[in-house]
Design a protein around this ligand. Sequence first.
Ligand SMILES: [Zn+2]
Length: 310
Amino acid sequence: MLSGASAGGRGRRRFNATDQTGSLAPVPRLSEVIAALETLWPAERAESWDAVGTVVGDPDQQVTRVLFAVDPVQEIVDEAVKLGAGLLVTHHPLYLRGTTTVAATHFKGRVVHTLIKNDIALHVAHTNADTADPGVSDALAGALDLRVTGPLVPDPTDPEGRRGLGRVCALDHPLTVRELAARAAERLPATAQGIRVAGDPEALVRTVAVSGGSGDSLFDQVRAAGVDAFLTADLRHHPVSEARAHSPLALLDAAHWATEWPWCELAASQLDEISDRHGWDLRVHVSTTVTDPWTAHAASTTSDPLGAPN
Ligand SMILES: [Zn+2]
């Protein structure tokens, strides 16, 4: 299961790919691996406010192991060191708003120091991975066995209409809201929060919009899509209260980290496939370390949220 601090060892070493001189399969340089990642998530497809691409790294450095994770935090960087990774790929940026210092007195500076001292590059694919085809919400839909019918907010620059933010999905066998929440709780990595639900637990769900990460700016598009439910993260009181007043739309709120983690597995398999095509000697790993900042949850002790005896 998805617990503990070990890296998921999805990578496999391939000794059978030999070149004409009989040497082992070539070890790629960082620049070659980054070029491969750029084909999956071109930096120019990121939002203008975003900070994606290579944060730390020498393009000439050879890379034999890559680690995928959601957050570029010290715990994950320490895991990359232990693994012997030459490249850490994260979904969240290290410096979203820029910085004037990388001094190790600050936790982000400490991350930079640890990376450089250990010859580990850091590359970020954030909103360019959200809107990719396949992207973060495809991975979320896949984890929940939902059939994607299209993007929730289509990217107008995609003539095929496949890229964009969030996904609209269909359930081949309708579930109740309660059953869908139970499936999300079972299939997404375990977190303290679990799944919060707003709406009638017995209402039937035939169509659902999903969006990995914070989704409460998407209510207009979710309503326009006419779906029965919306599964995302970071939902707040007022947007949820207003959405519930508008329509019977059911809301499922998971931990932000848990909704984006399935992308790491998807991304790792995409890089594995590219690596196979090139015949690279490259092992690709996915971190299973839980970096959701919420660490505990105390359920209310009565079924009445106001605590009145019932
Ligand atoms: Zn996120």
